[in-house]
Design a protein around this ligand. Structure first.
Ligand code: TA6
Length: 300
């Protein structure tokens, strides 16, 4: 593994951007390197494994993202919480490959970091083929994630397909939002859209009516959704903007969380509202084509 001082020298000239070991902030053995970004508007932490946002705190506010108190920072294991990138497929793979793709458990490289004119900061992370992707995907590709940290957090994802044949592609920004109590969170921006209920392996279609408030294990894929959703709790309203077409709403509830060692009784303090292009909105990427979509998070 590259030493932290090697990262530091690469980032030395960029104000407010540094590298910290996860164990320094979250404890545990070993750990993973995190990119720490801080400016007057907000601060964020990104694990280089997965280009995985683990924290975003707008100045004067609380963390927008939920990170499990039982999260494990270990090479090759997805971190429970924040924003895992499900890429280049979402959910289970028909061929029995690991759920949610290889990007979230691959090491990304820092390609750049800068302070922008409006005093927000941006970092660029890149993933190219590695041993894992070769065994699971095979094709050449270049994935780029530009993360901008300010009052608003913006993720700008590009995936260039460099293989010779068209491929099926899906992706999701699998965001875990911190909420005081999932049962009181009110989700708007899905009214009238079609969802596929996938709880416990179901596959039934229905239509959302009005505000969504969770009261049981929930795993729903909404397709062809509007660009904006909000999550309102008694404390704050979070706004999610995305150019993607799908939204996934997930919480395992007590009955499923009990079987997830890195969730357990913390299940009621998050809701996943993921934006992406999945199920009906999955796409076929032609050779040489680049998929490009964004998601922004802000507190209203
Ligand atoms: O996006 C919802 C979902 O696919 C659920 O079905 C649930 O399994 C969740 O993601 C977490 O998946 P993970 O592989 O991170 O445990």
């Amino acid at each position: 593994m590259t030493s932290l001082s090697a990262f530091d020298s690469r980032l030395a000239d960029v104000a407010g951007v540094s590298i910290v070991q996860s164990s320094t902030l979250y404890g545990g053995e070993g750990g993973l390197p995190l990119l720490a970004i801080e400016n007057a508007q907000g601060k964020a932490l990104i694990a280089l494994q997965g280009a995985h946002l683990v924290s975003f705190v707008p100045t004067g506010g609380e963390n927008v993202l939920w990170l499990s108190p039982k999260a494990v920072f270990t090479e090759g294991k997805a971190i429970r919480g924040g924003i895992p990138l499900c890429l280049p497929w979402f959910g289970g793979h028909p061929g029995g490959k690991p759920a949610h793709g290889f990007a979230r458990i691959s090491n990304w490289q820092i390609a750049g970091a800068e302070v922008l004119d409006d005093d927000s900061s941006s970092v660029t992370l890149v993933l190219t083929p590695n041993e894992l992707s070769q065994s699971l995907w095979g094709d050449d590709f270049r994935a780029t994630l530009i993360v901008t940290v300010g009052h608003v957090l913006t993720l700008d994802l590009r995936f260039e397909h460099r293989g010779a044949k068209p491929v099926s592609f899906s992706q999701a920004f699998h965001t875990y939002f911190a909420v005081s109590d999932v049962t009181t969170a009110r989700i708007d921006g899905l009214d009238g859209t079609t969802f596929i209920n996938t709880v416990g392996g179901a596959n039934t279609r229905n239509s959302q009516v009005g505000t969504l408030q969770l009261a049981e294990p929930t795993d729903r894929v909404y397709v062809n959704v509007p660009a904006v959703q909000t999550i309102a709790t008694p404390q704050r309203t979070i706004r999610i903007d995305s150019s993607t077409q799908s939204a996934v709403v997930w919480n395992p509830w007590a009955e499923h969380a009990v079987n997830m060692a890195d969730v357990g009784d913390a299940w009621s303090t998050f809701v996943c509202l993921e934006r992406g292009d999945v199920f009906d909105n999955a796409i076929e990427l032609a050779p040489g084509a680049t998929y490009r979509k964004t998601m922004s998070l802000s507190v209203q």
